[in-house]
Design a protein around this ligand. Structure first.
Ligand code: AMP
Ligand code: TRP
Length: 325
């Protein structure tokens, strides 16, 4: 299968990004043709500092590699370096209505959050994302639950394009993880874990062991005693069980049995140890890569060239079919 996905370089990656998206990418790259970008053109649709963005673009690229993406197996590149993304987005913008874009949940949420920064780019964000996906004739898009609506729109755009102009674009499908599609904040388990907001509720991929321990031990739980999975009644503990399950590979059922009769604090201690151990290798790899910027840039340059070849052919076809000469 041809696979495409990306993450916005808007801050440090967290375990929600890892468990919801990157972990799948690493598994998928073994048997599929995978393409992953650092979605910097998407990052400029919300307020940002220039210096901070530059740092985040490189840091996110390094995080991809540190977490286990292999440039021998996957194409890894920076979105803005392949100009076809912006080009196809313009073409696709003409076949989707304003009404459909207004309905996008993320647009509504981000407009509310940044009322002084509701720019046309933010509004067109899903069209650019459709372009990212459709440029590569993608079949599978591994993302977390919050991006499902955008992938659905990309499908609709592709269908409509094909209907109107002749079969040109592959219809993609989203690949959601069965468990972990939505990791919740440790401080407010009704909200998703996110880069912005409460940093105590969010474990960054490269947090120090000490900090991970502190955040897990102070994670919000209910006043009960039992370690059982019940997202409605016991949102905090259920979220921790999900995280435990994903990092350990054990089923939630199995973990419930293991901790039967044990205290929340014992469970949390064990979870903290598990996360710290699981993230040890990526933490070391990142440290090494931070000192090898030339090598990282070479990988991105090579990724760009490989992505460009594929992207160019779709844009040429799309332009031709649309009647541009
Ligand atoms: P973003 O950080 O919004 O660019 O998201 C990058 C990827 O991580 C997307 O595939 C998201 O669906 C996924 N993701 C973000 N936050 C979470 C979360 N709390 N739980 C699971 N997946 C997430
Ligand atoms: N919009 C996605 C997010 O916020 C990131 C993204 C950009 C993406 N382009 C993509 C994800 C293409 C999947 C496919 O998480």
């Amino acid at each position: 299968m041809r696979i495409f996905s990306g993450i916005r370089p808007t801050g440090e990656l967290h375990i929600g990004n890892y468990l919801g998206a990157i972990k799948q990418w690493i598994e998928l790259q073994e048997k599929n043709e995978c393409i992953f970008c650092v979605a910097d053109l998407h990052a400029i649709t919300t307020p940002y500092e220039k210096k901070e963005l530059q740092k985040n673009i490189l840091e996110t690229s390094i995080a991809y590699l540190a977490a286990g993406l292999d440039p021998e197996k996957s194409i890894i590149f920076i979105q803005s370096q392949v100009k076809e993304h912006a080009e196809l987005a313009w073409l696709l913008g003409s076949i989707i209505s304003i009404g459909e874009l207004k309905r996008m949940t993320q647009f509504k949420e981000k407009s509310k959050k940044h009322p002084k920064y509701i720019n046309a780019g933010l509004f067109n964000y899903p069209v650019l994302m459709a372009s990212d996906i459709l440029l590569y004739q993608t079949e599978g898009v591994p993302v977390g639950k919050d991006q499902e609506q955008h992938v659905e729109l990309a499908r609709e755009i592709a269908r409509r394009f094909n209907q109107k102009f002749g079969k040109t674009l592959k219809i993609p499908q989203s690949l959601l993880p069965k468990v972990g599609a939505k990791i919740m904040s440790l401080q407010d388990p009704k909200k998703k874990m996110s880069k912005t907001g409460n940093t105590k509720g969010c474990i960054a991929l490269f947090d120090s062991p000490k900090l991970i321990q502190k955040k897990i031990m102070s994670a919000v739980t209910d006043t009960g005693k039992n370690i059982i999975y019940n997202p409605k009644r016991k949102a905090g503990i259920s979220n921790l069980l999900t995280i435990y399950s994903l990092f350990s590979g054990k089923s939630i059922n199995q973990i419930e049995k293991e901790f039967k009769g044990k205290k929340y604090s014992e469970f949390k201690k064990s979870l903290a140890e598990l996360i710290i151990k699981s993230l040890e290798a990526p933490r070391k790899k990142r440290k090494e890569l931070l000192n090898r910027e030339v090598y990282v840039r070479k990988i991105l340059e090579q990724g760009k060239r490989r992505a460009e070849l594929l992207a160019r052919s779709t844009v040429q076809k799309a332009k031709r079919e649309m009647g541009l000469i």
